[in-house]
Every structure is written in structure tokens, then in C-alpha cells.
Design a protein around this ligand. Structure first.
Ligand SMILES: *[C@@H]1O[C@H](CO)[C@@H](O)[C@H](O)[C@H]1NC(C)=O
Ligand SMILES: *[C@@H]1O[C@H](CO)[C@@H](O)[C@H](O)[C@H]1NC(C)=O
Length: 350
């Protein structure tokens, strides 16, 4: 696989001394069919995930994750949280075979990749991207054992507000769209997942992993956060994941005019079903300290311990599932439907 060399266009962010918020890279920790939030105890879970963060990651995760982890693939060395997303796949329109699309080395804005391998860029913001004023809206960070999801593999039509796609062309991210791009992207497909910022203040989880949270995110970008409703009064940091899927090695294998979009998610789903999972695992009050201190604004986090990505990359977990996920395959991992080559029309219909 070719690695992605696109350098992403930098976006200027105003940095004032009253601002706080975090943005940092986490390398890929593991790629397995496990889902301790939605399918605890299932080995394997229904579909394949790309997971980053601490090495306490397991099929079941309860209580204080940070007390069990000894390393993390995140740059912030006290963050043993786990963050995961469904895996992207390419389906060859000529023969119906699948191949997984690799995550490109994550490049937090302004930061370069710093040696990150694959992975996610993680944000914790207070208000919005450019006005994270400490006085604007104090946040309370999550308790040990907290988890949540955003989006759903069963969603049809458009994804939930705050989940979006961009086709990277010539280093530019381009317009935010709610479907997989239908043109070839010479820099890969960029996806963003914004989590809800309001918590009911009581539950570490809920049956649907979402109703203990309330989403004020009503557009596709880092927008300002309106007041939390009485039902979910506690303002928590707004968590966001960004990822670039390196679709470029497949660009010679499909024809946009004939094939439509050949990309899909590991649950055999299309773009509307994109989703992300969060399992809180910061050590002690490290996240709260970071969110309360203006010196921590994005990369400049004096009081929070950082590690070199070369060290972060050494963190691993065991392969609990042990199935082959590389190379060309007739089925997606865990799926039993074989798709025949398409003679005409779209390569993939959800
Ligand atoms: C994973 O969880 C199981 C069951 O809770 C536990 O027995 C096991 O030691 C854990 N494995 C790792 C590598 O953490
Ligand atoms: C399908 O096409 C790909 C790309 O050309 C090829 O590498 C793969 O071996 C093919 N699979 C089968 C089953 O022929």
C-alpha cells in the first residue's frame, strides 16, 4: 500500500490566553472485531473496528480503565481512553472482492503527523474551535466507566448532524458532504465524528449508548454549543474524532462514471451508517486539569504529560479474535453475503 503524502492545508486558529481545549494524534492500537460498548463480551463482535488509545482495551470494559492500562497510543500520555470507528472497505466493482482501506497517518491541524501510524485525531473542545473561552462555558469531564456512541450502523439516508465526509484533493479537504464522495479523491476520504456535549449527569451509559447524552450539534462543523437542556444539564467536553482513509491505492480499480461509489463500511453499510464509540479512560483529573487551563489550548499543554509518537506506537494489545483481515477477500469479516460483480449501475447498494 502506498502511504498518503498529502499535506493538509492548515487552518489558522486564534489563540488567546483564556482558551482551553485539546487536539492530539492517537496511532492505531489494534484492528479487531471487538466492541466493549455496544457488544460487551462478544468475541468477535459483529463488524470490524479500528481502535486507538490505551492497552486496557478488551471485549468487556467496566470501571476505571486508567487503573488497568499501562500504555496508550495517544500523544497525551495520561489518556488511556479508547476511541474506535467502523473500518472502511473497498469493493472491487469488477469481481466483488473486498479489501480494507488503511487509515493514513493522522495529521492534527498545525501539528503534522509527528510519526503517528494510522489512527485518529482527537479533540476535546469547550465551546467551538475558535472561541474555547474558559469563561464562556465551564465543562465537567467524564467519570470513570463512562462511555457513549454517536451515529448508528442502521441509520439510512443521511448520517446524524456532525458526522461528515470530505474528499481530499490536492491537499484541500473540500466541501463537507453526508455521503461517500462519488469522485476519486487523490488525498483520501476524510471523516469527522462530533459527539454530543450534554450529559444527564447520572448514567455512565444507557441502553442505546446515546440517550444519556443530548446532542446540541446541529451542523457539520465545530460550531458553538448552545445551552444544555434541563434533561441533560451537565456540559462535558465536546469529543470529536477525525480520520483520513487512504483510498488512493484503489483509484486505478474503479470508474466513477460506470461504478458509482465502491467504498463501504465494515458492517456492509453505506455512508449514513458511520458511527464512533468513546470509552473514557483519562488518569485521575488529568483531562479536567487540561480543560481548565488556558495553557493547554490544543498542542501547548504544559501541565499535561505528552509522549513522543515513537513511544506511543509501541503500545499494543493482544489479538483476541485472531481472524485474517488483510488481502483480498470474498466476504467482509463476520459477514456472509457474497456480492457478485456488477455489470452496470452502482457497485454497492446498502
Ligand atoms: C480481558 O478481559 C477478561 C475478562 O474480563 C480478562 O480475564 C482478561 O485478563 C483481559 N485481558 C487483557 C489482556 O486485559
Ligand atoms: C479482484 O480484483 C482485485 C483487483 O484487481 C484482485 O487483486 C483480486 O485478486 C481479485 N479477486 C478475485 C477473487 O479474483
Amino acid at each position: 500500500m502506498k502511504s498518503l503524502t498529502t499535506s493538509l492545508k492548515l487552518i489558522a486558529v486564534f489563540i488567546a490566553s483564556t482558551q482551553a481545549g485539546l487536539r492530539f494524534p492517537c496511532s492505531t492500537l489494534t484492528t479487531q472485531r471487538l466492541d466493549p460498548a455496544v457488544q460487551p463480551g462478544s468475541i468477535p463482535s459483529a463488524h470490524l473496528h479500528m481502535i486507538v488509545g490505551g492497552n486496557a482495551f478488551n471485549s468487556t470494559m467496566e470501571g476505571d480503565v486508567a487503573s488497568r492500562a499501562t500504555c496508550t497510543t495517544c500523544q497525551m500520555a495520561e489518556d488511556f481512553s479508547n476511541y474506535w470507528v467502523a473500518h472502511m472497505y473497498f469493493r472491487d466493482p469488477k469481481n466483488g472482492s473486498y479489501h480494507r482501506v488503511m487509515p493514513a497517518p493522522v495529521q492534527p491541524l498545525l501539528g503534522g503527523s509527528n510519526g503517528a501510524q494510522g489512527g485518529l485525531t482527537i479533540y476535546y473542545t469547550q465551546f467551538d474551535l475558535s472561541k474555547d473561552n474558559l469563561k464562556q462555558q465551564p465543562v465537567k469531564t467524564f467519570p470513570p466507566g463512562f462511555r457513549m456512541t454517536v451515529g448508528s450502523p442502521t441509520q439510512t439516508g443521511k448520517p446524524h448532524a456532525g458526522l461528515s465526509y470530505q474528499c481530499i484533493q490536492g491537499g484541500n479537504r473540500g466541501t463537507l458532504v453526508s455521503q461517500f464522495p462519488t469522485t476519486k479523491c487523490n488525498g483520501g476520504i476524510f471523516t469527522t465524528h462530533h459527539f454530543p456535549p450534554c450529559w444527564n449527569g447520572k448514567d455512565l451509559d444507557s441502553p442505546d449508548h446515546q440517550s444519556h447524552m443530548y446532542n446540541t450539534v446541529n451542523s457539520e462543523y465545530f460550531n458553538n454549543a448552545p445551552k444544555c437542556p434541563d434533561s441533560h444539564p451537565v456540559r462535558v467536553p465536546q469529543v470529536t474524532f477525525e480520520i483520513t482513509w487512504d483510498t488512493t491505492p484503489f483509484n486505478s480499480l474503479w470508474d466513477p462514471a460506470k461504478d458509482g461509489n465502491p467504498f463501504l463500511w465494515s458492517f456492509e453499510g453505506n455512508a449514513a451508517g458511520t458511527h464512533a464509540d468513546y470509552m473514557f479512560g483519562w488518569k485521575g483529573d488529568a483531562l479536567q486539569r487540561a480543560m481548565d487551563k488556558s495553557e493547554c489550548f490544543y498542542d501547548g499543554c504544559g501541565s499535561i504529560k505528552k509522549q513522543a509518537m515513537a513511544d506511543a506506537n509501541k503500545c499494543t494489545v493482544k489479538d483476541f479474535v485472531g481472524e485474517k483481515i488483510d488481502g483480498w477477500a470474498k466476504y467482509l469479516p463476520g459477514m456472509t453475503t457474497e456480492h457478485r460483480p456488477m455489470k452496470r449501475g452502482r457497485a454497492f447498494e446498502a
